[in-house]
Write a protein that binds this ligand. Structure first.
Ligand code: KIV
Ligand code: ZN
Length: 525
């Protein structure tokens, strides 16, 4: 039994500890374009572990070799949290998930099967009786591999309550220690979702032997409200993701759940073990590695979440912070943009600054980051925290890329054609080409296509400045789509053209990984 599980089962529905189950690396990664590399997943997992997340769902081990390796590496690396691997109700999936979490200090197999009439009729083509048998067989198999087994009723909120109770009873009897009742399609209202938990917990014999868990999608914008409503009916685990990323409209946002519980203890008498001052850092990291921008007005971690524009609000804030703020920016880790170091700063100061920003780098990664910082400080007058974060996130994201930008010269201006001379390192060999284009970015992208021929379509090209000033670093996002696969790459540099080349090449690196993943999934059928 895991520490989180002991902590939560030691209490009944009146206990106040809410187990935070983060699925950024699994459900979050399932959203189109959000593929993360192996190194990025490890970095996110470390951040979640340090922040106090109880359970990290690290991936879907049967889905690809890459997923399996990422889950295994996270299982070995993570010190505190339980590490979960997802498995369909199929023996091969369960065995693979068991193998992936084998070395974890605390490992969990999370297995799921659909229970709603629509899924049974059209997707599974199975009867209710068949699915009951499958639940018993697969949960039993998982329990033979690990002690900590979570079972999920996919599309629970569109399942008849009698049948749902039968399924939950079968799962608990077979040894499931956590029962998750997802609102897979984001259809429920808070009252309905709460009522479903109440009914299941009342009607199922031995319901008190398991922790009940929420898993809400945000199709109607109700994911957080639904998750919190279920706590009233005794749910004590919430599945959520950083920035609310996930399938379609996403999952319940971890930062919103945590801060709602922390800020409204009067209405929500629970506690989570999350260190809330790390929320902003986790949000930035996930946004950087997935290349999903955080909307400006996003609760808790959006750029405007603590900005006050109107005269009346500013006046009130100057008189007393609580006039217009229900929580402090510091409580979620948002500090003032601070001027940090310049070209004279040494290794010690840089290492201390990295720690302050929540990074622990190995020696090689530290040296690379330090050299890039020095180069940046030579070019840029003021180096801000945001500059260092952009630089280190990029370093981590691209350390193991097969293709890298080595050199770029661009000719731009009023008298075209604009042109680019580009050198890429591809699997250790350098190649240079020259291309013309309708504008400098077009020329760079044409050069990349000459060196790496592909049919992927450019879906998005976006530039934003990391900080203020004309010498600010540009952060460029490039999204490519190929045969239904979508990937996003990011590049940062004080030169927008260099950042653009890096972003396109980063997207291509991810596309290669995704092609391998799809090929493996097709093999598995
Ligand atoms: O949304 C869902 O139902 C899921 C399950 C796999 C838990 O993600
Ligand atoms: Zn989901």
């Amino acid at each position: 039994m895991t520490a989180a599980h002991q902590d939560a089962t030691a209490q009944d529905a009146t206990g106040d500890k809410v187990v935070i189950f983060d699925t950024t690396l699994r459900d979050g990664e399932q959203c189109p374009g959000a593929t993360m590399t192996f190194e990025e997943k490890l970095e996110v997992a470390e951040c979640l572990d340090t922040m106090g997340v109880d359970i990290i769902e690290a991936g879907f081990p049967i889905a690809s070799e890459g997923d399996f390796e990422a889950v295994s590496a996270i299982a070995k690396r993570v010190k505190r949290a339980t590490v979960a691997g997802l498995a369909r109700a199929i023996n091969a999936d369960i065995d693979r998930a068991g193998e992936a979490v084998r070395h974890a200090q605390r490992g969990r197999i999370h297995t799921f099967v659909s229970t709603s009439p629509i899924h049974l009729a059209y997707q599974m083509r199975k009867s209710e009786a068949d699915v009951l048998e499958i639940i018993t067989a697969t949960v039993t198999r998982a329990r033979n591999l690990v002690e900590d087994v979570e079972w999920s009723a996919m599309d629970a909120t569109r399942t008849g309550i009698d049948y749902l109770c039968q399924c939950v009873e079968a799962a608990i009897k077979a040894g499931a220690t956590t029962i998750n009742l997802p609102d897979t399609v984001g259809y429920a209202t808070p009252e309905e979702y709460c009522e479903m938990f109440r009914a299941v917990r009342e009607r199922v014999p031995d319901a008190d032997k398991a922790i009940f868990s929420t898993h809400c999608h945000n199709d109607l914008g109700l994911a957080v409200a639904n998750s919190l409503a279920a706590l009233k009916a005794g749910a004590r685990q919430i599945e959520c993701t950083i920035n609310g990323i996930g399938e379609r409209a996403g999952n319940a946002a971890l930062e919103e759940i945590v801060m709602a519980i922390k800020t409204r203890g009067d209405a929500l008498p629970y506690r989570s073990g999350i260190e809330s001052t790390m929320l902003a850092r986790a949000s930035k990291l996930v946004s950087a590695v997935t290349n999903f921008p955080v909307q400006y007005n996003k609760a808790i971690v959006g750029r405007n979440a603590f900005a006050h524009e109107s005269g009346i609000h500013q006046d009130g804030m100057l008189k007393h912070q609580q006039t217009y703020e229900i929580m402090t920016p510091e409580s979620v880790g948002v500090g003032k943009t601070s001027l940090v170091m310049g070209k004279h700063s040494g290794r010690n100061a840089f290492r201390t600054k990295l720690r302050e920003l929540g990074y622990e780098l190995g020696e090689n990664a530290f040296e690379d980051a330090f050299n890039r910082f020095k180069a940046l400080a030579d070019r840029k007058k003021h180096v801000y925290d945001e500059d260092i974060e952009a630089l280190v996130d990029e370093e981590i994201a691209h350390a193991h890329d097969r293709m890298k930008v080595v050199a770029l010269q661009v000719i731009a201006g009023t008298s075209g054609p604009q042109s680019a001379t580009l050198t890429l390192d591809i699997d250790g060999a350098q190649q240079t080409v020259h291309a013309n284009g309708n504008g400098p970015v077009d020329a760079i992208f044409a050069a990349i296509r000459m060196l790496v021929p592909h049919t992927a379509k450019l879906e998005l090209y976006q530039v934003h400045a990391v900080t203020e000033g004309t010498d600010a670093q540009a952060e460029v996002s490039v999204r490519l789509a190929e045969d239904g696969r979508m990937v996003t790459g990011r590049g940062a540099d004080t030169d927008t053209m260099v950042a653009s080349a890096r972003a396109y090449v980063a997207a291509l690196n991810k596309l290669m990984l995704k092609r391998q993943k799809t090929a493996k999934a097709e093999q598995l059928g």
